[in-house]
Design a protein around this ligand. Structure first.
Ligand SMILES: [Fe+2]
Ligand SMILES: [Fe+2]
Length: 219
């Protein structure tokens, strides 16, 4: 398995080097580690999980290149180029494409089709675990600074809408409130739900402290 991961890394190295967004290789390394940990507790095909975790965000890199949103589904031709020579069965390669196609469908199951296989569920959980906690907070702030999104827009009340990936939140605090604090509810596996608890608590405390400091509430 370690050999397989090395092979994948070597294949995508140059492609990933072009990426300057928050979806850096560090995110993929962490997603891979979360995914392997979840697999050790929850089961599933370790090779499928490892490969899909490491290359799931090719769509983001393509999006940066093309200056527009590229969905995971639209990235599949590029993904299949990268995996075609790997020592995996055809069924495993199909499975990797399926998991990657659905990695962002954790909340609703877009296209009416919700993944139920453990490999896809673990990929969704691993990706979401890296979006919360201390690393998630820093990633969110980095994204906000790069997009010049304000940290907190206190004139706009914190509302809770149906989360849609395409809606821009008014500020980082709104984004944490609308999306990140709810990610724990969307975890598929028991192990991920457990890991998400501490991270969500930390984010909630950060948000509350930030709002009270900005508003001058001292007790
Ligand atoms: Fe993604
Ligand atoms: Fe991701």
């Amino acid at each position: 398995m370690e050999k397989l991961i090395e092979m994948v890394k070597a294949k995508v190295e140059d492609f990933f080097r072009k990426d300057a967004s928050g979806h850096s290789v560090d995110h993929l390394e962490r997603t891979l580690r979360y995914a392997l940990y979840l697999q050790s507790k929850e089961g599933g095909d370790r090779d499928v999980i490892a490969v899909s975790a490491y290359i799931h965000d090719i769509h983001r890199i393509l999006g940066n290149e093309r200056h527009t949103y590229v969905s995971p589904k639209e990235s599949l031709p590029v993904v299949s180029e990268f995996i075609k020579d790997l020592p995996l069965s055809d069924a495993q390669k199909e499975h990797i494409l399926f998991a990657i196609e659905h990695h962002e469908d954790y909340a609703s199951g877009k296209n009416g089709e919700k993944a139920t296989d453990i490999e896809s569920l673990i990929l969704q959980d691993a990706d979401n675990l890296d979006a919360i906690g201390a690393v998630g907070l820093v990633r969110t702030l980095e994204y906000a600074f790069s997009k010049k999104r304000p940290v907190y827009e206190k004139s706009i009340p914190l509302y809770r809408n149906e989360y849609e990936e395409s809606t821009e939140d008014a500020s980082t605090i709104h984004h944490i409130h609308n999306k990140l604090l709810r990610l724990g509810e969307f975890m598929n596996t028991k192990t991920a739900r457990q890991l998400a608890k501490k991270k969500t608590k930390f984010l909630k405390e950060f948000t509350e402290m930030y709002i009270s400091e900005v508003n001058g509430i001292f007790d």
